[in-house]
Design a protein around this ligand. Structure first.
Ligand SMILES: C[S@@+](CC[C@H](N)C(=O)[O-])C[C@H]1O[C@@H](n2cnc3c(N)ncnc32)[C@H](O)[C@@H]1O
Length: 334
């Protein structure tokens, strides 16, 4: 993997790279039109902070339905039924990410049919590109941690359906090395999906796969029982993609400190966080209405790892060209 120079604003002492990856959006029609349309909506949201995200209410037959809070949002969902079903029933679960990671599927995980207008957005929205590119960064980084020994342990915290992890494993083209995966998430449905997809890759529960339904705030941040359950300094690799921005700063510090304790000397923790500068962030938060999160600057991310006791020299950051997420590789010294 060739990292490229990062041209944005970052702390002077941060080791940081940019990267670009081939993506389904490169070849799919309507890229410029969709980008223009979403950029325009993003600008409308930026100009009017009073525009609120849609609300989700249960209708009389118990189904989640979307109630847009402004006309822009109303129009977006009215003309894109799959996007509306996705927002109402799947966000913010890992199955929402499944759609973004597999935008060519004919149906959403809840059975809704994909329509072509929605598909274009699942392909071309910059945040969707960012979800796919952060997985590519993970795949590029993990190679050096899972190839060294015959057996290695990889713990995925907030694994969801484990799509990035399984993709990375598939691409690693291991040469006889066995990786034991432990997937931790508090969503039983996501873990079941992960189990099915892992089985398709030949990974079975009990042999190379452990599934743990655990709440990370209760079992890793407020208390450390998950640490004791998983064992200290046992894993070559811990990844936590797509969860750091759900924790406030104080919780993020504790989470990182404890995640580091899971790792063997020479291993690494890989986390991601949405950046405050993500180009279509206002559209995502207030037109689509993603769950409230803590997007961060690179400086804030550095402040958190320093507060967790990780020196600058042990961290490298990759921000893909789309600019949505920072992916941090946090090494545990030998
Ligand atoms: C955005 S998804 C990321 C999934 C996966 N890591 C990926 O990148 O595709 C976030 C995941 O975090 C899980 N999650 C959120 N809060 C959690 C918590 N407090 N404890 C455990 N899992 C949590 C959700 O169930 C969801 O699967």
């Amino acid at each position: 993997m060739n990292w490229q120079p990062f041209r944005g604003h970052a702390p002077g002492n941060m080791t940081i790279y940019s990267a670009s990856f081939p993506d389904v959006s490169d070849q799919w029609p309507m890229k410029d039109d969709v980008t223009r349309e979403i950029n325009a909506l993003n600008q409308v949201m930026k100009n009017d902070p009073a525009l609120m995200p849609p609300r989700i209410v249960e209708n009389s037959d118990g189904q989640a339905t979307l109630v847009p809070q402004h006309a822009w949002s109303g129009k977006v969902f009215e003309t894109r039924p799959a996007l509306a079903a996705w927002r109402a029933r799947l966000v913010p679960s890992a199955l929402a990410l499944f759609v973004v990671q597999n935008p060519l599927e004919d149906r959403l995980p809840d059975g809704s049919r994909m329509d072509s207008e929605s598909r274009q957005w699942f392909i071309h929205a910059n945040d969707a590109i960012g979800v796919r590119s952060r997985a590519r960064v993970l795949a590029a980084l993990v190679d050096k941690y899972i190839r060294n020994d015959i057996d290695s342990d990889w713990i995925s915290l907030a694994s969801g359906a484990a799509i990035p992890v399984l993709e990375a494993l598939q691409n690693a083209k291991l040469d006889g090395q066995r990786v034991h995966l432990t997937l931790v998430d508090d969503d039983a449905v996501a873990l079941r999906w992960a189990e099915t997809m892992a089985a398709q890759q030949g990974l079975d529960v009990g042999e190379q796969l452990t599934l743990l339904k655990r709440h990370l705030v209760h079992h890793m941040i407020r208390h450390d029982d998950l640490l004791l359950e998983l064992g200290e300094h046992q894993a070559e690799l811990v990844d936590a993609l797509g969860i750091f921005e759900y924790f406030n700063d104080a919780d993020a510090v504790v989470f990182l400190r404890r995640a580091m304790r899971l790792v063997k000397p020479g291993g690494a923790v890989i986390i991601s966080n949405m950046l405050t500068t993500s180009p279509q962030i206002d559209f995502l938060m207030r037109c689509i209405g993603w769950d409230p999160i803590f997007p961060r600057t690179l400086q804030q991310l550095q402040d958190i790892h320093l507060a967790a006791g990780v020196p600058v020299d042990d961290v490298s950051v990759v921000v893909p060209k789309d600019g949505v997420y920072a992916v941090m590789e946090i090494r545990v010294p030998e």
